[in-house]
Design a protein. Structure first.
Length: 161
């Protein structure tokens, strides 16, 4: 699979909302630099994008559900000031959230795939055991805060609106 950045056109092969350059600039502005090769950072960005697309339910609708690979761009969204967001825009808050989440993959210290299990809960009553999906609580509060204006169900994420 190749690394393709969504540019707001609803690409059918997009794998990330953020380029390596945007990621590096985001963290350089905050006093952090990375020596990892671009391919490593691309992997982090793909995982972060996938995590966001799988575990956050957003307002609005995907612009082209037949062809677009990711959850963004979207129709019918407003920003925190209630201004309409054009359906060919990837909001800065989403890009920042991907940058923040991607760093969690650094040095393999956090596997985002392991975090996907947080929404599961098991109950045992006598000899019967059942596992079911519980309301997902994000471990990434800063990511959720960045995205909260776009999230359809904030209460399931443990975020106060």
């Amino acid at each position: 699979m190749s690394f393709v950045v969504e540019d707001g056109t609803g690409k059918s092969d997009a794998t990330s909302y953020v380029s390596v350059t945007v990621f590096r600039n985001y963290w350089t502005d905050r006093g952090t630099t990375f020596t990892e090769i671009d391919a490593t950072i691309q992997g982090w960005l793909v995982l972060a994008t996938e995590y966001i697309d799988l575990y956050y339910e957003f307002w609005g609708e995907v612009t082209d559900e037949d062809t677009q690979a990711l959850q963004w761009p979207r129709d019918g969204l407003r920003d925190s000031k209630k201004a309409e967001i054009a359906n060919n825009v990837i909001p800065q808050e989403l890009k920042d959230a991907v940058c923040r989440l991607a760093i969690e993959c650094k040095d393999g210290t956090t596997n985002l795939e392991d975090k996907l299990e947080n929404g599961l809960q098991s109950k045992r009553i006598g000899p019967v055991s059942k596992t079911f999906k519980n309301g997902y609580k994000s471990d990434y509060k800063n990511v959720t805060k960045l995205l909260r204006v776009f999230i359809r169900n904030n209460s399931a994420l443990g975020v106060l609106s």
